[in-house]
Design a protein around this ligand. Structure first.
Ligand code: MTE
Ligand code: MO
Length: 151
């Protein structure tokens, strides 16, 4: 890993960007103490600090029609880690008009900065730790296409 990992924000955005962890610190930071269950390691407890994924995306200008409330419901985020681990978050999960979950892109874990490794997705409402994608390299925003009809 280099001295400063970068996160690529891409997809349906007016301002796609490549952000360092330091860039993420320009947004309002939240602190969360969380616990989650790992299938392999059992219960884990960590303290995270970083911006809300919602604020990161809003700053990148999502190409979503916000005039009504229905148009945004087909959008999702794909969050990728450096090792290929990947998880989907639906737009409605982070949108305050819907679930409004306080999902973060953490810039530090247990007080240790994540500049070299890249930020970590923090999903405090998840019981399981598998969506806590670490070493995030990319966040893609886009609509889910109409699922193919089952024949
Ligand atoms: N990039 C990446 N992130 C990942 C994983 C992974 O394999 N790759 N495993 C997940 C799983 S299964 C768990 S339980 C948590 C464990 O986080 P911790 O090791 O910081 O406690 O990380 C998650 N984040
Ligand atoms: Mo896990």
């Amino acid at each position: 890993m280099g001295a400063s990992a970068r996160v690529r924000l891409h997809g349906h955005l007016d301002h796609p960007a490549e952000l360092t962890v330091e860039d993420l610190r320009a947004l309002p930071a939240h602190r969360l103490e969380v616990s989650f269950d790992c299938l392999a390691e059992g219960e884990q407890r960590h303290g995270y600090e970083g911006p809300a994924l919602w604020d990161v995306l809003r700053a990148a200008g999502p190409r979503i029609d916000f005039t009504g409330r229905k148009q945004r419901l087909r959008f999702l985020l794909s969050v990728s880690g450096a090792d290929g681990h990947r998880a989907v978050v639906s737009w409605a999960e982070i949108d305050p008009d819907f679930a409004g979950c306080r999902i973060l892109l953490a810039t530090s874990m247990d007080g240790a900065p994540l500049d070299a490794d890249g930020p970590q997705l923090v999903v405090p409402d998840d019981r399981c730790g598998a969506r806590y994608v670490s070493g995030v390299t990319a966040v893609w925003l886009g609509p889910l296409a109409e699922p193919a009809e089952v024949r």
